[in-house]
Ligand binder design. Sequence first.
Ligand code: FAD
Length: 318
Amino acid sequence: MKVTEHLEKAKGSTLFSFEIVPPQKGQNIQELYDNIDPLMEFKPPFIDVTTSREEYVYIPKENGLLDKKITRMRPGTVGICASLKYKYNVDAIPHVLCGGFTKEETEYVLVDCHYLGLDNVMALRGDARKDQQYFEASNGGNRYATDLVKQINDLNKGKYLHEIIETPYKANFCVGVAGYPEKHLESPSLESDLKRLKEKVAAGADYVVTQMFFDNQKYFNFVKKAREMGIDVPIIPGIKPIAVKRHLQVLPQIFRLDLPQDLVNAIEACRHNKEIRQVGIEWAIQQSKELIEAGVPVVHYYSMGKSSNIKAIAKELF
Ligand code: FAD
């Protein structure tokens, strides 16, 4: 079922959903299921599965030099989605990236999703590769998420690449895109970024999921501005519970977001990670309560592969 249909069916009550990250290759898939199992009692209508950018690895050669090889360390997004769909009877949403894929490869991924009965896809540009300072599109790949949304929308019209086929059998994907309450790190202003978001919606995006934020006012302000600009699709807030002290540095650095001083103070006063985890859980509960009271359609949690803190939050709210 499409995300938009789940929202209609919920008739205004707030749903619970979360995002998972595929395991590193070589690891056991069971660990992923062990983390998902405890969250299923909260009846998520959908689960997102991320896709990671490709990266370089260096293989030692006999002559002492290194071979530079490109690889994906966390493959399997579409396969995991199919497995979740049939194992848990839940809608699983693959994240489809521009970066690292040609449009042809993207078409293969989308055709797989269609055949597997996945009704939703999340269309994202992807970040710059670890070895690159700025994002570079692949040769023959999509440059911006808007271009990818257009490609998906073409398939929804039965239009394949190069228009070599005309078919009455159309895909029917519901398309999610990313939104940034504190603006995307490369964007000159929140207004510019919202104009880009409006383009994604005009290209066919059906809903927005936001980057994590720790101050609800940022989300409320973002939604208000988006509505004023005519962006009328559902905007789902993304919440991440802080779990370790290092998050105080890495989250602002990676996502260019602000952490409220009260949260920073509470974490700095903790003596060990167990206490920090509890502060993160309580902060996320308070954030979620206020969002639910404000009538958000879904609270979407970034689990980063670990479920115990998400479960502690969900138990209080769903
Ligand atoms: P876009 O919408 O293309 O925007 C990227 C930047 O370009 C923005 O600054 C925008 O303002 C600007 N822009 C857009 N169009 C134009 C244009 N025509 N001309 C000039 N500038 C333009 N990353 C992953 O690698 N894997 C994932 O699974 C993943 N999941 C995510 C899930 C969510 C909910 C969110 C919020 C982010 C996720 N990301 C993921 C991160 C995302 O890929 C990065 O934030 C990326 O840098 C931007 O992606 P986007 O889809 O927002 O890009």
